[in-house]
Design a protein around this ligand. Structure first.
Ligand code: AMP
Length: 437
């Protein structure tokens, strides 16, 4: 083959007939003009890394000789994944019928949206390294993903993101308050998928806290945060001080519309004004092409979507799926405060939302009948002190009549603990319509 390049690909599957999917894909790849399969490793069973609870994987690696370019090769690999039954819309780290990763392509080093070579996470994964070693792959030097740029001065951030923009790079932004977990990581992964550069901010925003105690006890775990930022190949972390973001004399506050009425706003006066003010401030500094927020904070998302339109903030605002623990509890930085029996008690929130959903899917459309069994479940858990459980129109969060005529979303907040004064306040929500995840 003329101009041939040696490439290595990772093979994986954890649904269906795993071995058959991998072997079929290899055959199809080998039949592709311009591709010759040179060596295939043993397929070995491995534990899943990240994502929801899921079956074990079968993993391996293959060496190819190819005269196709890396983009063309990757495109063919994506087609083979879809042919094997993988849904391209599935979030990262979800179970899949087939997973083909382009790990190396000659000596090429490239970092852009959808194509990073060598594959940035290959050095961390035994299920990649072992089969590569078996087929005699000499590992390329590690891409030093520990080099995350850290900026805490707003002016420096503006300069950096402006220079990226001028190079035509697409910037993704994930604002957080730190104490990062898999929910935050999922947002970063979606941003990484869409964008050339990924900015994460870590800022515990005093404007959105009602009580000084809540602010002071908000979890923080800087070292664990760094590990997640590295794992997700974040390019830049913005960690401003309160004074840097809100210097003395800063007096403007954004007042938000009807999206910020009821539910969270009723219990936390001024909360959404604080959220909107900090997000607008950060957004104008980063000037992203895409900013990612979790559906976990559904009312917050409704407020920010309004803000994005009203202030004509740059780019797109995207809502990302809620990431839950195996028992359904939505991941939250505040879950760290759940001690002993509280962790188990907190699962009642998911159970109650699920109960609403089951009844809705069974055809119930009367609001009271949808809510009552969930309220009973919540009331039966002595450690759960309910703040609200409401049914609203999905996404818009408009109020609904007694008979539900449009796809609804159930939203709740409760304090979990021995008493409502000493416990941990958690929120959660669920889309009730059939297609909701
Ligand atoms: P926070 O650090 O709590 O301000 O959250 C930062 C972003 O992460 C927000 O957009 C949240 O909605 C999102 N987020 C927090 N928890 C989850 C979760 N369990 N699933 C998905 N997104 C989440």
């Amino acid at each position: 083959m003329a101009n041939q390049v040696i490439a290595h690909i990772g093979l994986g599957a954890n649904l269906g007939d795993r071995e058959a999917s991998i072997r079929t894909a290899l055959e199809r790849l080998g039949d592709t003009p311009g591709v010759r399969i040179d060596a295939v490793s043993t397929l070995r069973e491995t534990d899943p890394v990240g994502g929801p609870p899921q079956p074990k994987f079968l993993n391996g690696a293959a060496r190819l000789e190819t005269c196709l370019g890396p983009e063309a090769l990757l495109e063919i690999m994506h087609v083979l994944e879809v042919e094997a039954g993988r849904d391209p819309e599935d979030p990262p780290n979800h179970p899949r019928m087939l997973d083909l990763d382009l790990l190396t392509y000659g000596d090429l080093r490239i970092e852009k949206k959808g194509l990073q070579l060598p594959h940035p996470r290959m050095w961390d994964r035994a299920f990649v390294l072992q089969p590569l070693a078996e087929i005699g792959c000499r590992l390329p030097d590690r891409v030093d993903s520990s080099q995350i740029e850290e900026i805490s001065e707003p002016a420096q951030l503006v300069a950096r993101t402006a220079s990226w923009r001028s190079e035509g790079l697409k910037i993704g932004f994930v604002p957080t308050m730190g104490a990062l977990h898999e929910g935050h990581a999922s947002l970063m992964r979606l941003a990484r998928r869409d964008c050339d550069r990924l900015v994460v901010s870590i800022f515990v925003n005093p404007l959105q806290f009602g009580s000084e105690k809540d602010l002071q006890t908000y979890p923080n775990s800087p070292e664990d945060d760094r590990a997640i930022l590295r794992q997700e190949a974040v390019d830049l972390v913005f960690t401003p001080s309160v004074d840097a973001l809100f210097p003395s004399g800063f007096a403007s506050k954004i007042s938000v519309g009807s999206e910020a009425e009821g539910m969270e706003a009723a219990s936390r006066p001024g909360h959404f004004s604080g959220v909107a003010t900090v997000v607008a401030r950060l957004w104008l500094l980063v000037n992203p092409h895409c900013a990612y927020f979790g559906r976990k904070d559904a009312q917050q998302f409704a407020v920010l979507r309004r803000l994005h339109v009203d202030l004509a903030l740059s780019g797109e605002i995207l809502a990302c799926p809620i990431i839950r623990d195996g028992d359904g509890l939505a991941l939250s930085s505040r879950n760290q405060h759940l001690r002993g029996d509280d962790r188990q008690a907190a699962t009642v929130l998911f159970k109650a939302l699920n109960r609403c959903r089951e009844l809705y899917l069974a055809g119930e459309r009367r609001k009271t009948q949808l809510l009552t069994p969930a309220l009973e479940l919540l009331a039966a858990e002595p450690r759960c002190h309910l703040d609200y459980l409401e049914l609203r129109a999905a996404d818009s969060l408009d109020e609904l009549g007694e008979v539900i005529e449009m796809p609804p979303q159930a939203l709740l907040a409760a304090v979990i603990g021995e008493s409502s004064a000493s416990g941990t306040r958690l929120i959660d929500n669920m889309l009730l319509a059939a297609e909701a995840g």
